[in-house]
Design a protein around this ligand. Structure first.
Ligand code: UDP
Ligand code: MG
Length: 155
């Protein structure tokens, strides 16, 4: 299992509902390390880049309207297998159907307003991180908790 970085976006509903701290606390408590964080507003152009695979879909116009409707918080999280760990923590797309214990299942009632985006694989993670962050905005730093978070042979 490699040490991975994944891209996470706390969507406008997470900011508006003041759930950013609670969601970030889950990722931190899990053992994921913050490598980057910024608040911004997604423009229509950025939305089309981020959601390139969905631009032709029927739901895209409403998705763009939603994702550009207010500020978001962009994160890069690091850890062994971080990409799939975050996807598991998010739950399934629709908050009404997502299992309790997942972020979308615990906090969400919507398919569109599902609070958090997480990269769905290594290629998406690399692509999405580079869309939202410059290399110099990402930090690597050892902490004294690292040896208590995963064993050396797990990365
Ligand atoms: N979405 C939507 N309507 C749909 C499907 C998706 O508004 O019918 C939104 C939702 O916010 C979702 C995003 O588009 O998170 C991307 O869709 P995807 O199927 O990739 O879901 P995810 O990977 O985020 O679970
Ligand atoms: Mg997706």
């Amino acid at each position: 299992m490699a040490l991975e970085r994944t891209f996470v976006l706390l969507k406008p509903d997470a900011v508006a509902r003041r759930l950013c701290g609670e969601i970030l606390a889950r990722f931190e408590a899990k053992g994921l390390k913050l490598a980057g964080m910024k608040m911004l507003k997604v423009t229509p152009e950025l939305s089309k880049q981020h959601y390139a695979e969905h631009v032709q879909k029927k739901f895209y116009p409403q998705l763009e309207e939603f994702i550009t409707s207010g500020p978001v918080v962009a994160l890069v999280l690091e850890g062994p297998g971080a990409i799939s760990v975050v996807r598991t923590m998010l739950g399934s797309t629709n908050g009404r159907e997502s299992a309790l214990g997942t972020i979308r299942g615990d906090f969400g009632m919507s398919r569109q307003m599902n609070l958090v985006h997480g990269s769905d694989g290594p290629e998406a993670a690399t692509r999405e991180i580079s869309i939202y962050f410059k290399p110099e905005e990402l930090l690597s730093y050892p902490t004294s908790l690292d040896p208590w978070t995963f064993a050396g042979d797990e990365v």
